[in-house]
Design a binder for this molecule. Structure first.
Ligand code: C2E
Ligand code: MG
Ligand code: MG
Ligand code: MG
Length: 284
């Protein structure tokens, strides 16, 4: 209003429409759990040394009755803002543990946990209860966090991470390399796994100019080396082409995840893939 009436009136209708859309999404999201509109898809991760699937990442899907499929990118941030991520995240953890309990023995499940979930006091208790109800060994659960979680940089966050670790649950650093101080996070907490952000993998592609491509490769090589030195698994995210897979293998990453191996699959489709004689790794 201080900018003068003219400016304000000009922006008002658009702002109003945005606020209304947001409020609508919020109302719908509050009912989505009870209406069972959420579903988990699972994307396999492949170990390059023995060409075996080692685990799957759980990725939430929202089947909205009118809008159809809503991407997590479009509702997770709002869910965080209004605190709904806590009950939604709890559902994710319980469902992921239940599903993983029916997978062949060594296969683990990775669950994304957001900053707001870390602030809530019941995260570790939820994990413990989900594991025991599903009968899933803690070593088969992996928690993925992004730098947003560590940005809060308080004692409590580290304490929560250490509590998870002492349960036997593994902890991964997601989207590595995109933050402002990714390296210092590796010092703050001993992660089990580093997930190299898809943007670096995307740079390794025939259409990119040679400079960009070489930079992407150099960064991946450096992160893979770092992982080796620190005793952490390194997963390249978003691998889509055989060329990317070849380069990533050469640069020394231990694992890959991406459409080339498999898109995220509904639980039933994953079970079919798992019982198929040859894993989807033979694209090379
Ligand atoms: P993320 O944890 O980094 O997950 C990887 C994203 O990359 C997924 O997107 C996946 O479908 C996509 N992806 C995997 N391979 C490829 C590929 O080869 N090419 C391309 N173009 N994309 C690939 P999705 O499922 O849309 O999820 C987006 C983000 O939403 C996730 O990023 C994560 O941050 C968040 N998210 C998803 N599920 C959950 C959840 O249950 N809880 C929380 N807190 N966040 C979630
Ligand atoms: Mg993730
Ligand atoms: Mg990621
Ligand atoms: Mg991401």
């Amino acid at each position: 209003k201080l900018d003068g009436r003219g400016t304000f009136r000009f922006f008002e209708p658009a702002m109003d429409a945005r606020m209304q859309a947001r409020r609508r999404l919020e109302l719908d999201m509050r009912q989505a759990l009870a209406r069972r509109e959420f579903q988990l898809h699972y994307q396999p991760q492949l170990n390059l040394a023995d060409e075996r699937l080692v685990g799957c990442e759980a990725l939430i899907r929202w089947h909205h009755p009118e809008r159809g499929l809503v991407s997590p990118i479009d509702f997770i941030p709002l869910a965080e803002e209004i605190g709904l991520i806590v009950p939604i995240g709890e559902w994710v953890i319980r469902q992921a543990c239940r599903d993983a309990a029916s997978w062949p023995q060594p296969l683990s499940v990775a669950v994304n946990v957001s900053p707001a979930q870390f602030k809530s006091d019941r995260l570790v208790e939820t994990i413990m209860s989900a594991l025991s109800q599903a009968g899933l060994p803690p070593s088969r659960l992996e928690i993925e966090i992004t730098e947003g979680v560590l940005l809060q940089d308080n004692e409590k966050t580290l304490q929560t991470l250490h509590r998870m670790r002492s349960l036997g649950v593994r902890v991964s650093m997601d989207d590595f390399g995109t933050g402002y101080s990714s390296l210092s996070y590796l010092r703050a907490f001993p992660f089990d796994k580093i997930k190299i952000d898809r943007s670096f993998v995307t740079d390794i592609c025939a259409e990119k100019d040679p400079g960009t491509k070489a930079d992407g490769e150099a960064i991946i090589r450096a992160i893979a080396g770092l992982g080796r030195s620190l005793g952490m698994t390194t997963v390249a995210e978003g691998v889509e082409t055989p060329e990317q897979l070849r380069r990533i293998r050469a640069e020394g990453c231990t694992d890959v995840q991406g459409y080339l191996i498999s898109k995220p699959l509904a639980a039933d489709d994953l079970l079919s893939l798992l019982s198929a004689p040859v894993p989807g790794a033979r694209h090379e």
